[in-house]
Design a protein around this ligand. Structure first.
Ligand code: SF4
Length: 430
């Protein structure tokens, strides 16, 4: 078993971000403890604490990377003003080869992640599935109705050619002077950074025009309210760095029509400036605290990649829906057609050790249930006796004989082993 599957306590608190991204602000706001545990350092573990990669997340990442390449190449072709090349572009874009190369890159990266089930990823993230999602996004958004019409209109404005500036990195000047950006231009993948408040962000595509700019974000997942927040934050960054107000902001989804959020005004970006400053100050206070707050709720904790390290999670009423509690174990009907996947903590003092796992008992007296646990080899420690508890993530329970249950595993299941200190529900210790 990899030592990573021990329940580790942080050896050093995380370093504070020099600049906060939209994602880090949202993560800290949702649960400061989660951010803190994910970014802390751990003895015996080099680098960032790994997060599991689900097939859906990898599919989204591959499609997003392919889309970045598509929009960057498209922008470059449009900047040439060559009508024929523009019309032919979609047909000639090497979609299968690009998806294949991106998939290889992401799978290669996943190999270095101890929490990845590579076989499941390879089986569930096919090139065809990525192409299908990509085509949905393109059909919806690069058709005559949306981006294409925007770009087509733009390339003929005043007969001027658009400048193409790939992957620019723009940092706010030290003086209050604004960074000059080309106009009219198509600017894919623009990194923006400002120091007051310390923020950074990457706009997927900025289309500059004398009448005002359009800022575009691509989203492969489902719409979330935080996407609109991100768009406003980016419009504020764009204004702070370049002095330009966005005339339009678009969220382009694979799963639904493009959301047009309209223009921003001076009042709106100034209001966002105050709000962003407050958010950064609040986030900094939260993660500087020796005891970052927990935000316990089933929805957020269910997907938390560090819940195995978060003792309050394993005791809280608020998270009972995501865990196998005594009551839900008793009520487990073991329906094999619709297995429920939940987390289960087992105290190991009284377990009966087996060559490939153990038998535990959960509950008291008459309601006591025997649970048979056969561990997949990668989660099997040299000796179960060395540990006081095991925390199983995303496991199911099915009937075993007439009076017992058996733990079943999926590609998202994991087992983390802890000594008695893991039972401690006090604040984080370093
Ligand atoms: S399990 Fe819940 S409370 Fe604990 S760190 Fe994760 S999100 Fe926060």
């Amino acid at each position: 078993m990899d030592t990573f599957y021990q329940i580790l306590s942080p050896s050093q608190a995380p370093r504070l971000p020099s600049h906060y991204s939209h994602t880090s602000l949202v993560q800290i706001e949702n649960c400061p403890r989660r951010w803190w545990l994910s970014h802390s350092e751990y003895h015996g573990w080099n680098g960032r604490y790994p997060e599991p990669v689900s097939p859906a997340a990898m599919l989204g990442s591959i499609v997003h990377a392919t889309l970045e390449r598509f929009s960057s190449d498209y922008a470059r072709v449009i900047s040439t003003g060559d009508e024929k090349a523009i019309q032919e572009f979609r047909k000639q874009f090497p979609l299968r080869a690009t998806v294949h190369a991106e998939r290889q890159t992401f799978l290669q990266r996943a190999k270095t992640n101890v929490r990845t089930d590579l076989v499941a990823l390879e089986a569930n993230v096919s090139v065809d599935a990525c192409i299908s999602l990509f085509k949905d996004l393109i059909r919806r958004n690069f058709g005559p109705a949306a981006i294409e019409s925007l770009l087509t209109a733009a390339r003929t404005s005043n007969g001027q050619r658009r400048t193409w500036l790939p992957s620019a990195s723009l940092t706010q000047a030290e003086s209050s002077a604004k960074v000059q950006v080309p106009c009219p231009a198509l600017l894919p993948e623009i990194d923006l950074k400002i120091d007051a408040p310390p923020l950074r962000g990457t706009i997927d595509l900025a289309v500059t025009e004398p009448e005002g700019d359009t800022l575009v974000e691509y989203k492969t997942g489902e719409p979330k309210p935080e996407h609109e927040e991100q768009s406003l934050l980016y419009a504020f960054l764009w204004w702070t760095v370049t002095g330009r107000l966005a005339r339009e902001r678009q969220l382009i989804y694979a799963s639904q029509e493009t959301v047009k959020l309209g223009p921003v005004t001076h009042e709106l970006v100034e209001q966002e400036a105050r709000r962003a400053t407050e958010r950064v100050n609040r986030a900094r206070n939260e993660i500087e605290s020796p005891s970052p707050r927990v935000h316990l709720d089933s929805e957020g904790c269910r997907l938390c990649p560090v819940r195995q390290l978060c003792s309050p999670y394993w005791r809280a009423r608020e998270t009972e829906a995501t865990r196998w509690t005594e009551a839900s174990v008793r009520a487990a009907d073991g329906d094999r057609e619709s297995i429920k996947w939940r987390d289960l903590e087992i105290a190991l003092q009284d377990v009966e050790q087996l060559p490939e796992g153990f038998i535990a008992h959960i509950g008291a007296d008459q309601s006591r249930k025997r649970i048979l646990c056969k561990l997949p080899a990668r989660f099997r420690p040299a000796s179960i006796r060395s540990y006081a508890i095991v925390r199983l993530l995303n496991v199911g329970l099915v009937p075993e004989g007439t009076d017992a249950l058996r733990i079943v595993w999926s590609s998202l299941s994991e087992a983390f082993w802890g000594d008695t200190s893991s039972l401690d529900t006090l604040d984080p210790k370093l």
